[in-house]
Each structure stands twice: as C-alpha cells, then as structure tokens.
Ligand binder design. Structure first.
Ligand code: OOB
Length: 554
C-alpha cells in the first residue's frame, strides 16, 4: 500500500518547490505577505475553527440529521472516534482521502477528523458516478475513499464498480454507517491533532469541469477561512441561528458561503436534509425553526410553486441564499412578498470569488443583479476576447484575482495555461456586466452545461456515450428548461444510421432509453445522464464544417 501524501505545490514529492509559486493555490510569497498584512490570512486552520466551537458552546446543539442530534461536545467525541478509525485504516498526515458521503452528521465527523489528522479531503458529490471517483483516484494522490455503509442505491453501485481498485490495493475504502458510525473505535488510540501550517493545502475542491473531466481546486486553510469570514461580514448568520443544509455539503456554496463553516465559526446549529426539494425542506424548516437556507434556483422555484406550502410555518426564516445558476428576475421578485424572506443572490465559484447582493440593497438590485464582490481585495476585470478592458456597463468576460481565488488548478499545466492570465487572474468563463459595483451574469463563454447549479462538461458525457459499440458519433448540448435553466440533450448517430432496426448489428435495437441506462451504468454522475436523447443521421454543420451546437440548441 502506497500512502503517498498530497504535496503543497505542483511539484513531485522530493523535488524542490518552485520558489516563485510555493503555495498550493499558486499564490506567490509576495501575495501571501500582502494578504497577511491586510489581515485576510490570519493563520487559522479548519481544525482550530472546530476546536473553538467545541470549547465555546459544548452543550449547545451542533447538528441534526435523520439519524441523530449532537451537541458540539458530542460531535467532538464523534470526530475523535472517526480520527481513530481513519488512522487505523492508514490515513496519516498529508494523505489524500476522497469523501463521498450524503449530508449527515457523519459527514461532519469525517471531514473534521481528516483535518485533525492533517489529512487532505478530496471532495466529491453523493451523485458522482464511479467514473468521477476513478478520475479522482487517478489524478490526485488520494488512496483512501470514505463513503456510506447506510443503504443507498446509487452509492452501492458506485462501491461495487470501484471494487477492482480496492482488490488491486490502489484504494482503501472506509464505509461508515450513518446511524451507528465508527464501530470499533473504542479499542483504538485517538491520534493527537496534527500541527498544520495555515498556508498548506487544506483540501481539493471540485470544479464543474469545462474540459472532459472535473478539475481539482487546491484551497488552503488561510484562503478558505478568509472566504468564510468575508461571507459572514455580508450575511446575517449569528450565534444561535439554525442553518438548513439541503444542497450537497461538499459544494463550495454549501460549505463556505457562509455555509457549514460559517455555522461553525458563529455557533449556529446545522440541520441536514439530503434533498433540496420542498417535500423535504418545508417540514424541516417548520420543525426546527430554521433561520437560514441556501438553494439553487430550481429548488427555490419548486418551493415557490409548491401547492401545500401555506400549511407550513415558515416564519422563522430570515434569509435565503440562492446561487449556483442564474435566478430569473421573475422568481426573485416573488421571494419577499410570498415567503416574507430576505433574498441574497450568491454568484460564486469553487475557484474563489463570491458575490452577494447586500442585505440592505434596493429591491431592484436584489432581483436584477448577482451581487457585489464580498471582499474589498477582490480584483475584477471585464474584458473582450482580446483581453482588453471594456467600458463599465458593457458585457464582457469576467476575470478575477484576490485573497481567496486560486491561480492554478492542482497539477493541470495545460488547463492552467488557458484558465489563468499570466498575472494570475482566473478566467471565470462567465459573461457579465459590471456597473456601479454590481455584477450581472448575462451569458457564458465556457463549454459547460449548468443544469440547475450542477455543472456538466458536454465532452465528458460525449466520451461516455462514445464507448457504446453501436454509437458512431455524439454531440451533447444544453437546451433551455423552465425549471432547471438548462437540460442535457444528446444527439447520437448510431452505426449504420438512425433506423436502428435496419442498421449495423452493434446498433440494432438501440433506443434513447437504452442509451440513458448505458450512461448510468458506465458510471456517469446521476445529474450528467442526458435528459433527452435523439437518434439522428447527421449533425447540423457550421460554415466551416464543425458541428453546430448552436443549431442543436434549437
Ligand atoms: C458555484 O460554484 P461552482 O464552482 O459550482 O460554479 C461556478 C459557476 C460560475 O462561474 C457561474 O458560471 C455559475 O456557476 N454561477 C452562477 C451563479 N452562481 C454560480 N451563474 C449565475 N448566477 C449565479 N448566482 O456555483 C457557487 C460557489 C459558491 C457560492 C455560490 C455558487
């Protein structure tokens, strides 16, 4: 078993780090000195953040899921047990550990135990398929995988599909029962907390891939915890509040805007839902007197349109954060009058930059913009395709740099060359209008489908469908959808043509339903399986003979 650790920089273990870019995020020593002098980077770590909460509010409620409710002190005991079990499995300081857990108290115990050990979580989503997990195992030094032992149809399939990696000794799996976790911990020693520098890699965060496969985003304790504190400055989450966590915990929005870590910072209690749809969210709001929640636009719209909504007491909620995809002005306008809640739009990205509409902004600003950069040290540029700045109010490509925005992906030199400018600005791929300090998202320049906040690279879906022996060619596009914003549509040319009754034997009997099933079974994430499949004879072409995705979008 190779317990290789995740080094800070893009260097191979043992080789000398490049002195100009020693930090995992690509920040230079000059950047680091500046952000420290400004007070943005304070030397705090995720483990210290957790310890402070346990010491300050030991007997207050920390978190609740469908299996249990824990105080901060009970959570701390769970974290100790988790650390003992993970350490016994071989997880050590610097080890990379893929975390694929549903929203749960067990999730909290796992990630804080990893930070206690000085290990490096590699975050994935519960909906990810085995194809993504394989990719993480291949492209990060992670050799451990923590997931659930509680019955779960999708994850059981993922675990089964990964068994060859486990048999080959390439992945050590720790499966945890969410109701009775960390069995066997009683006989194991609890390792001491590791002393971890705050400018070290804290975890690898997911990026909605714009290339075939998701990229890994290196975040440090210093930069990420600054983003949490900056979020808290512009949000009204306070000690004693109740935060409903209904989007996947590992998503940057859920984790840090201000999210789970914001709740740990201020001492708010966390209620876990495993699905953001109204049937699960509404009863939890009423039962736990929830004060804050974060939703993607389709979940908010479903809640606004839910017929039985009035039978729930929703008066405890002060603020709803909505982000991940563009919220329509029409839906945004309904929030205050129909729900009585304050809306904060959140336009963020796992690479860094997060924007919020201010709590006290005018109604027009709240419903028509995606907010203002949350830090005074966020640098914003809006440029044309030649990287020349456009005048204020003119749509252009959003570039950004700042104390919590990465300057490179983890070990991806080619992607880095096109995703960042030479002076370290991140090319967000978003087309925006910047006016009077506010950003409005008006389009997208990246080849990415945003399906209600889930980011999908068309190429990743095309690559999976192309492995079907009866498929000659595939083109995947996002098509407009009232609820999700966009849906995934795959145009497929079967071998021998669209009349699969008369075609090549490999394509005989091919149907859209069979292709969707094939995509699921090939390990594609559940949210990336095409919503619509069309069998066609040819693709529309552009003037220069390329597939015209524009025409396919209808
Ligand atoms: C959040 O993070 P990611 O990494 O899943 O996706 C980032 C991309 C942005 O570049 C943009 O294309 C889109 O998602 N996006 C929005 C948006 N929020 C994100 N587009 C329009 N309006 C919005 N409000 O999605 C994320 C991370 C932290 C906080 C919130 C969202």
């Amino acid at each position: 078993m190779n317990h290789q650790t995740v080094p800070d920089a893009d260097t191979e273990p043992g080789s000398a780090p490049d002195p100009s870019t020693v930090l995992a995020t690509g920040a230079t020593p000059e950047d680091a000195a500046r952000y420290r002098a400004l007070g943005a980077w304070t030397g705090d770590t995720h483990w210290k953040l957790f310890r402070r909460a346990v010491d300050a509010w030991p007997s207050e409620t920390a978190a609740t899921d469908r299996h249990r409710t824990v105080t901060w002190s009970a959570l701390d005991q769970g974290v100790s047990r988790a650390a003992a079990v993970l350490s016994d499995a071989g997880v050590c300081r610097g080890a990379g550990v893929i975390v694929q857990l549903p929203n749960s108290v067990t999730y909290l115990e796992t990630v804080f135990a990893l930070w206690r050990l000085g290990a490096v979580p590699v975050f994935s989503l519960p909906a990810h398929g085995s194809a993504e997990i394989r990719h993480f195992a291949a492209h990060t030094p992670a050799r451990f995988y923590v997931s659930t032992a509680t019955p779960n149809r999708h994850l059981t399939r993922v675990h089964r599909d990964l068994s060859d990696l486990v048999d080959a000794g390439e992945l050590t799996t720790v499966l945890v029962d969410e109701a009775t976790p960390w069995a066997g911990a009683a006989d194991l020693p609890v390792p001491d907390a590791a002393d971890v520098p705050a400018d070290e890699l804290a975890f690898l965060q997911l990026s909605g891939g714009t290339t075939g496969v998701p990229k890994q985003i290196p975040r440090t304790h210093d930069d990420y915890l600054y983003s949490v504190r900056a979020s808290l400055e512009v949000c009204d989450l306070r000690h004693g509040d109740v935060l409903l966590v209904a989007l996947p915990a590992s998503h940057n929005f859920t984790m840090s805007s201000p999210g789970i870590l914001g709740a740990v910072q201020v001492g708010a209690s966390i209620i876990f839902a495993t699905d953001p749809m109204p049937t699960e969210v509404l009863p939890l709001i009423a039962e736990h007197r929830v004060t804050h929640l974060a939703l993607v636009p389709p979940a908010l719209i479903s809640l606004l349109n839910f017929p039985g909504r009035d039978s729930y007491d929703l008066s405890s909620v002060r603020t709803v954060w909505v982000g991940g995809a563009k919220l329509s002005e029409a839906a945004a306008r309904r929030v205050r009058p129909e729900l009585g809640w304050t809306l904060q739009q959140v336009f963020g990205m796992a690479e860094g930059l997060v924007n919020y509409t201010p709590l006290d902004a005018s109604v027009d600003e709240i419903v028509t913009t995606q907010g203002r950069p949350m830090s005074p040290w966020d640098e914003i540029r809006v440029v044309d395709d030649a990287d020349v700045d456009v005048p204020p109010g003119t749509p252009g490509n959003l570039l950004t740099r700042g104390p919590y925005t990465i300057r490179r992906y983890h070990r991806a030199p080619e992607v880095n060359a096109r995703s960042f400018t030479a002076d370290g600005f991140y090319r967000t791929g978003d087309i925006v209008v910047f006016r009077d300090g506010t950003l409005t998202v008006v389009g997208r320049a990246k080849d990415q489908i945003n399906r209600g906040g889930e980011k999908i690279a068309p190429e990743a879906v095309e690559n999976v469908l192309l492995t079907h022996p009866g498929v000659h060619d595939v083109s995947v596009v996002g098509v407009p959808d009232d609820l999700l914003g966009e849906k995934i549509r795959a145009f497929v040319i079967p071998r021998g043509g669209s009349d699969t009754a008369a075609s090549d034997p490999a394509a005989a009997g091919l149907t859209p339903t069979k292709l969707r099933k094939f995509a699921r079974e090939a390990g594609l994430s559940s949210f990336a399986v095409p919503d619509i499949v069309d069998l066609v004879d040819e693709f529309p072409l552009t003037g220069v003979g390329k597939v015209s995705k524009k025409d396919q979008q209808g």
